[in-house]
Design a protein around this ligand. Structure first.
Ligand SMILES: Cc1cc2nc3c(=O)[nH]c(=O)nc-3n(C[C@H](O)[C@H](O)[C@H](O)COP(=O)(O)OP(=O)(O)OC[C@H]3O[C@@H](n4cnc5c(N)ncnc54)[C@H](O)[C@@H]3O)c2cc1C
Length: 417
């Protein structure tokens, strides 16, 4: 089934009776060439690119809940390519290029909106860091502009420029950054993978990983044993639990990250804006809700819900930056489980077990990474060589200390990411 303007018009005029389900609901087979553990953004994108780029379709995605029910449907939808360090820089730049063609590639409206991201700075030191980051982005071929206080005042009149506790000095503007509708991304990849023959198995929790003579041979699940030549662990916040099934201890901590949305308001925030003096960022959804978030809750947990001190920190930062937000009513808040790596950067690699692959460590940034992550992991699984964009995202950097990608200079302290 292809989507088009003509199809929408025809269905609208004929009672919307011609739409069919986006994907099948197959029972698991007893054997696949490739099994992917986790039906979030990364798992579904990996399945899609395995089929599309490499013609590998004897593939199953095993999801313990429903497709897109994890972090891919819980994030604040920011898409950007404003990374600084070699390793992350080329990877996220590649992801941005894939985002820019994604709707055509999937024939699916993921509501990708390049409304621009502005990172505010509030001191001379922060300005220097923004200039360095902007230069790195431009060297990578991406876009970055330094904005002064006066330009910003015209673009973001709702911020406090006069009595702010942390005066706004300027901002680093990344026009190609923006947002996309998170669950539509999961649905679009799921539909694309299913169309090409991949089995998407929901309500199927992996409970064990079978290994024989150092080689993976399959998985145990709540819907029976499944043999596989290759298995990819793509479980985001649950990565440590899944890897433990293969006897691996990962350098990952799982922490809660909360987000918030207000009642619908008239459009007044045109960009994604981040506050440089506290961990706070905000955008406005197409329905008018202000979508915002901040720091982790700072304790390891698998509970996908947050605590009150976390909320207090975010609300305080919001009021410091834009006091007018105090008039808006918060409708909902929620939490997701973040797979925090010690250097704040991801891992896409094979493991020491033959045929077993790992995709994790997405920290705050895994939504924008979905296209490039799926592309790179599919390449790795299909060819057993890392894709050029993901060559530095190796697991052994935490063992050797070489090649750490400490983007924010926060070191191995999860509570500082
Ligand atoms: C509040 C919040 C805001 C965020 N904001 C942003 C943002 O603005 N921009 C950005 O780039 N990133 C953001 N992120 C991060 C991003 O959402 C995640 O990094 C990313 O979604 C993780 O990858 P995923 O989509 O594959 O994860 P998930 O959707 O969590 O997928 C993993 C899947 O694995 C499944 N699974 C786990 N264990 C098993 C098992 N044993 N068997 C079978 N299946 C299993 C889970 O059920 C889950 O569906 C945010 C996250 C949160 C929580």
């Amino acid at each position: 089934m292809r989507f088009s303007g003509w199809r929408v018009l025809k269905e609208g005029l004929t009672g919307n009776k011609g739409w069919s389900p986006h994907w099948r609901n197959p029972d698991p087979k007893t054997e696949y060439d490739i099994v992917i553990i986790g039906g979030g953004g990364h798992g579904l994108a990996t399945a899609f690119y395995l089929a599309k780029e490499h013609g590998l379709t004897n593939v199953a995605v095993l999801e313990k809940g429903y497709l897109g029910g994890g972090n891919v449907g819980r994030n604040t939808t920011i898409v950007r390519a404003n990374y600084y360090l070699p390793g992350n820089s080329e990877f996220y730049s590649h992801s941005m290029k894939l985002w820019e063609g994604l709707e055509q590639e999937l024939n699916y409206n993921v509501m990708h909106s390049q409304r621009g991201i502005i990172n505010l700075f509030h001191s001379d030191g922060q300005r220097d860091a923004a200039v360095r980051r902007g230069n790195a982005m431009r060297n990578q071929g991406d876009d970055a502009h330094l904005l002064g206080r006066d330009e910003l005042r015209k673009m973001l009149p709702y911020l406090d420029f006069d009595t702010a506790r942390f005066p706004i000095y300027g901002g680093l503007y990344h026009p190609r950054g923006g947002t996309a509708r998170h669950d539509a991304v999961a649905w679009g990849y799921a539909r694309g993978a299913d169309e090409r023959g991949v089995d998407l198995i929901q309500n199927c929790e992996v409970t064990g990983i079978d290994i024989s003579n150092g080689q993976v041979t399959g998985v145990q699940t709540t819907r029976g044993a499944i043999r596989a030549k290759k298995v990819a662990m793509v479980a985001a916040g649950r990565s440590s639990q899944v890897a433990e099934m293969a006897g691996m201890r990962l350098p990952i901590e799982s922490h809660i990250l909360q987000a918030y949305v207000t009642e619908g308001l008239k459009p007044f925030i045109d960009h994604v804006v981040t506050f440089g003096m506290s961990h706070f960022y905000i955008s406005q959804s197409d329905k008018g809700g202000l979508v915002f978030g901040g720091d982790l809750d700072f304790y390891a947990s698998y509970a996908a819900r947050g605590n009150l001190p976390g909320k207090e920190q975010v609300m305080e930062a919001a009021m410091t930056l834009m006091p007018a937000i105090g008039k808006a009513r918060v409708l909902r808040s929620w939490g997701g489980i973040m797979d925090m790596s010690p250097d704040g950067s991801p891992i896409i690699d094979h493991t020491h077990i033959g045929g077993l692959y790992l995709n994790t460590g997405w920290c705050y940034g895994g939504f924008k990474a979905v296209p490039a992550s799926g592309f790179a992991l599919a390449h790795l699984i299909a060819t057993d060589r890392p894709h050029a964009s993901a060559e530095k995202l190796r697991l052994d950097r935490f063992e050797t200390g070489y090649g750490l990608l400490d983007e924010e200079g926060t070191g191995a302290q999860h509570n500082l990411h």
